[in-house]
Write a protein that binds this ligand. Structure first.
Ligand SMILES: C[S@@+](CC[C@H](N)C(=O)[O-])C[C@H]1O[C@@H](n2cnc3c(N)ncnc32)[C@H](O)[C@@H]1O
Length: 215
């Protein structure tokens, strides 16, 4: 995602500090470590400007939702969006500026109930395969962080990345329990919260590919 450097980005992030998580001294074991309440703990990786995180927090008020984004300049939009929404108080929504590669420093094994990957960067060049957030090395980490019965959900417009993800899952012996190549015209669309990229691509006529895997 290309962006101009935000004016006063660091100060603007700091002003929303109560929603921002610091890197924990020891990995987060449950939602108690995040919000002081024992609730399902859901994580979005690569939240971009935060539409999905805000929408999910609003739709699922009894869940602790953590949205992770590696670019602080992008995160400014997400955090400001959450604080500006008058229609809900994001009591159980938190944001973390972090790279997915550092996830084990943030979350303990079997601490998460759900992980969401939305429109992850496709990294189409063969030499960049390992950067894809659905490379088997990342998938193995996600599965180790999910509780038994926890769920990974992935959606994208990118056919190549979706097919690659299916291959990587198969290599790990995992089979999707939900799969569609046209999310918006499928039963799985009920309760679907659209992301910025999703709105953009579906307006242009691209079908949205979607899958879930339960651990
Ligand atoms: C294509 S954008 C999609 C944004 C949003 N999920 C959406 O659907 O509108 C991908 C986002 O993932 C973030 N991202 C990419 N690699 C990441 C990583 N390794 N760790 C955390 N965030 C990452 C990017 O900075 C970018 O904001």
């Amino acid at each position: 995602m290309r962006m101009r450097i935000k004016k006063h980005g660091a100060e603007r992030l700091a002003a929303c500090g109560n929603l921002l998580l610091d890197r924990p001294a020891t990995p987060i074991a449950s939602s108690c470590d995040v919000i002081g309440e024992d609730l399902p703990l859901w994580l979005e990786i690569g939240c971009g400007k935060g539409d999905f995180a805000c929408g999910m927090a609003e739709m699922h008020p009894d869940v602790c939702f953590v949205a992770l984004e590696r670019i602080s300049n992008v995160m400014v939009n997400a955090v400001e969006k959450a604080t500006a929404r008058a229609e809900f108080r994001p009591d159980r929504l938190r944001f973390a500026v972090a790279d997915a590669a550092t996830l084990p420093e943030w979350f303990a094994p079997q601490s998460l109930d759900a992980i969401f990957l939305n429109f992850s960067d496709p990294w189409p060049k063969k030499g960049h395969t390992k950067r894809r957030l659905t490379h088997r090395a990342f998938l193995s980490t996600y599965f180790s962080l999910l509780k038994s019965g926890g769920r990974l959900a992935f959606k994208t417009d990118n056919v190549g990345l979706f097919d690659f993800t299916l291959e990587e899952l198969a290599a790990l012996g995992k089979t999707p329990d939900a799969l569609t190549r046209d999310l918006h015209n499928s039963p799985y669309n009920e309760g679907n919260v659209e992301t910025e990229y999703e709105k953009n691509f579906s307006q242009k006529g691209y079908p949205i590919h979607y899958l879930t895997v339960t651990v």
